[in-house]
Design a protein around this ligand. Structure first.
Ligand code: ARG
Ligand code: ZN
Length: 847
């Protein structure tokens, strides 16, 4: 049942052109397809024609105009080679589908009265019979017949009339980029002129009533278009660019050619309803989907094993863009925090897989932090290893050579080898080996010479017991005892299991600032004294390592609190105070520095240090640490709280957002020293969602906020996206012992629409953000999640399988919890009609 990369065969038939007609009706949509096939010159001749198709009612079919009887099976239909005309031929077929009953949100489905599609990865086969694989690329013409006022598809509008519209997409594309939307929608419109002089109509389509929430997305789109021209020399290539916001959507968004479809939470924003983080996500995802036009659409993937070819690169590009728009230092810290929270967690457990997987059962299970975020790290390392100029040359060659093709990681590597004149065969292992490499550091000092010894080791992962050494770029510098930089940043290349690097003529024994900017996705194991960490926190020239030293200090203290009941010493508190009060530092950076490591982060670092994490002890230690920090820093926090107001009209820009982040961080800490007085005050006064939600969260964090929660709901009951926040905040901040019961109770709330993925995640998924609650020792959290996964799996396997990753760390815990989690997983596994998605995930987790 698994599909293997090694089994790849080129498609026996290519498609030159596709013409589709949709007669839309909720329970009986007709799809009429005319497809021009020809034998693939680079495949062996004489193949049967195999078309993918799932859940399609075949009405009629013909070949070159001659009717045929075809007999579809569960996954498609086959026309035997002997029944095929010589050479190229026209396939015609009509099928019926029922978008209204499509709860899996894959293929053509309905969301609150509007039709929309999601075809990546393999949804097109639920629309018509087709070779649904990315290496089959064709131009498309689409005719939509419906009484709905707005009818959209890919490409340029061709013609329109009463009850119909036609769209032509001249750029050959794989079927996964097909899209159709029909609904009673309104647009916010604008224009953009490309560097090539093409005048483009931009539209953001939303449901009536949401049109006052699209301005930021439009602004982000125009900035993305300009940025891709200026930085990558890539211009847009159609006359229109449409974006549609949809309420029911499994993922974040989708880069369909000329018709991007978004989860409405990543489009709609107003100061009162969206947090600064929401604004930043909108900016990032709008850019990400737009950037896919070149890295994904013009150059696509040969097969789904190559997914990171487009995703890793496009994530790297959206990270660069966000750094340029906001702050590189802050963006890098945030990206690393996400990488370690999600990807390291994945890489360290039963779901670990390489950036380019070698097999899968259900490809939708591989849209992961590894393929996306670790994939982006690999490109960041290439950039660092070859340098900015050669990186640009490589990308220019990539676009030039591969435009219009479906490519592989090998093609990508070859471009870099040529443009940079460098052998990358060892580097390629990064794409092939799963697991987070560990780099152990030791050092020696003798008469002016400092020697660093680095050892690398990648632990075994499922199916990969032994690992080869990788090329690990270690950006580093040396600091003197007074904080002066003795050696500015340089990049060491660690490419063997063990290597030493010497630095001579030094005036004193230095402190090594290693892995600056997090130059490689590795777990660095460097024993530093607290004084050295404090020195780096105060003086490192690399903002990431400044942050990281503070975090390492906090982690060491929290470990000692969990394991030995220690308390934070004055050094740490003093270091924090310096960060918080240093007005020369970016407030966004100070806000991040005030975040102590979260529960899951501590569970994983304790596990890595050889301990069995106790979620209750971790939660208790964090609570104590937060209270002690708050009491110690109270006057400073009060000052920051007052200073970080943002007078004037709301702006979502990085400067104001950073001030609000610091203010909210200060108020949440203060709540632990003033019983929530300031938080209640902020909640009452806030005129924006960042501060309102931040203040409410601060109150929930100390077991208060009941009245505020009721008020919040009354105020926002009609705004779906804010109601999602109302649900998730309660679950995230619930006391561990009652979190599962509260989540259970919320599932009974009239607004709990469990078939809506955002809403499901806002209650069930939110338990994952409350680790002590999810891992409550009576097993209530596990049971609740398993119950709901089973239920959701029956209607939306893809969404359910994603949430199942709540269990991926189950082997880290004590036997009681392990037994309970294994039982929950076994119970899911034992269901009749378990989906392929869920079956694969649970199977891998059970091992
Ligand atoms: N290509 C989309 C993006 O990264 C994600 C689509 C994933 N969809 C899915 N069903 N796996 O923006
Ligand atoms: Zn993407």
């Amino acid at each position: 049942q698994p599909i293997h990369l090694a089994d790849y065969q080129p498609p026996p038939f290519l498609v030159d052109h596709v013409a589709l007609t949709f007669r839309l009706a909720p329970s009986a949509t007709r799809v009429i397809a005319h497809i021009r096939f020809r034998p693939n010159p680079s495949a062996t001749p004489g193949h049967d024609l195999r078309l993918d198709g799932e859940g399609l009612t075949l009405i009629s079919a013909s070949l070159n105009g001659a009717p045929i009887t075809a007999h579809p099976d569960a996954t498609g239909l086959t026309i035997p080679a002997q029944d095929l005309p010589e050479g190229g031929f026209d396939w015609h077929c009509e099928v019926e589908i029922a978008p209204e009953g499509n709860t899996a949100l894959e293929g053509l489905y309905m969301s609150r009265g509007m039709y929309c599609t999601q075809c990546e990865a393999e949804g097109f086969r639920k629309i018509t019979f087709y070779p649904d694989r990315p290496d089959v690329m064709a131009s498309f013409e689409v005719r939509i017949e419906s009484d709905l006022p707005v009818l959209l598809s890919n490409g340029n509008p061709a013609a329109t009339g009463q009850g119909w519209a036609e769209w032509h997409d001249p750029h050959p594309k794989p079927a996964y980029l097909f899209a159709l939307v029909a609904g009673d929608l309104v647009a916010t419109s604008d224009r953009f002129t490309t560097m090539e002089g093409r005048d483009i109509a931009l539209n953001i389509w939303v449901r009536k009533g949401d049109e006052d929430k699209t301005a930021y997305a439009m602004d982000a789109l125009k900035r993305s278009m300009l940025w891709d021209e200026q930085v990558y020399g890539r211009a847009y290539d159609l006359d229109v660019f449409n974006i549609v916001a949809v309420d029911d959507f499994n993922m974040g968004a989708m880069e369909n050619k000329g018709l991007n479809i978004f989860n409405s939470r990543y489009v709609l924003a107003s100061p009162q309803t969206a947090t600064d983080n929401d604004y930043a996500s909108i900016e990032r995802i709008i850019a990400h989907e737009y950037f896919h036009n070149w890295t994904g659409n013009r150059i696509t993937c040969r097969d789904w094993f190559q997914l990171s070819l487009k995703e890793g690169l496009t994530v790297f590009r959206d990270q660069q863009f966000m750094g340029d728009m906001r702050s590189h230092a802050v963006k890098r810290i945030e990206d690393v925090l996400t990488l370690r929270a999600r990807q390291f967690r994945e890489d360290d457990g039963p779901l670990a897989h390489p950036v380019r997987p070698e097999s899968y059962v259900e490809i939708n299970n591989f849209y992961t932090a590894t393929v996306y975020e670790k994939g982006a790290e690999l490109i960041r390392m290439l950039h660092l290893l070859v340098g900015e100029d050669r990186y640009r040359a490589a990308l220019a060659l990539y676009f030039d050579r591969h435009d219009g093709q479906a490519c592989t990681i090998e093609d990508w590597i070859a471009v870099f080898e040529e443009a940079a004149g460098r052998d990358l065969s060892q580097f390629k292992r990064w794409y092939e080996q799963a697991g987070t490499p560990r780099v152990d550091v030791s050092d020696a000092w003798q008469e002016g010479t400092y020697t660093l010894t680095l050892r690398q080791h990648t632990p075994p992962s499922p199916g990969q017991p032994l690992k080869e050494p990788l090329v690990i770029p270690v950006a580093m510098g040396l600091l003197g005892a007074d904080g002066r930089e003795l050696l500015p940043t340089q990049v060491l290349e660690l490419d063997s299991p063990e290597q030493s690097f010497s630095f001579t003529d030094l005036p004193e024994r230095p402190v090594a600032s290693l892995l600056r900017g997090f130059s490689a996705p590795v777990a660095l194991n460097q024993r530093l004294r607290s004084e050295d960490r404090a020195l780096m926190l105060a003086y490192d020239t690399d903002p990431y390592n400044r942050f990281e030293s503070g975090r390492a200090l906090a982690r060491d203290i929290l470990h000692a609190m969990v394991l030995e009941g220690a308390t934070p010493g004055p050094d740490y508190l003093q270091a924090l105070r310096v960060m918080v009060t240093d007005d020369a530092l970016d407030p966004a950076f100070r806000a991040l520095a005030l975040h102590i490591p979260g529960q899951d982060d501590l569970a994983s670092s304790l596990h890595a240090a050889g301990h069995v994490p106790d979620p209750d002890a971790i939660q208790a230690a964090r609570t104590t640490a937060l209270r002690l920090i708050a009491e110690d820093l109270r006057p400073d926090l009060l000052r920051v709280y007052d200073e970080m107001q943002t007078p004037g009209p709301y702006s979502p820009d990085a400067k104001d957002a950073g001030r609000r982040a610091l203010r909210v961080q200060a108020v949440s800490l203060l709540a632990r020293a003033d019983e929530g007085a300031k938080a209640a005050e902020l909640f009452a006064r806030a005129d924006n969602m960042t501060e309102q939600l931040g203040a409410w969260g601060a109150l929930l964090g100390i077991g208060k906020g009941q009245a505020e929660g009721a008020q919040f709901y009354r105020q926002w009951a009609n705004d779906r996206l804010v109601v999602d926040k109302w649900f998730s905040a309660q679950v995230m901040y619930a006391a561990p012992a009652t979190a599962a019961a509260l989540a259970q109770e919320l599932t009974q709330h009239p607004d709990f629409d469990w078939k809506n993925p955002n809403r499901f995640r806002s209650v069930i998924g939110a338990l994952g953000a409350n680790p002590a609650g999810f891992h409550a020792k009576d097993g209530a959290g596990y049971r609740l999640v398993a119950d709901w996964l089973i239920r959701l799996d029956g209607v939306n396997p893809q969404a359910a399988a994603r949430v199942s990753t709540l269990f991926e760390t189950w082997r880290r815990y004590d036997t009681t919890r392990q037994t309970l989690m294994r039982a929950a997983l076994n119970r899911i596994m034992a269901q009749d009609n378990l989906s392929r998605d869920m079956g694969e995930m649970v199977g891998r987790m059970l091992g």
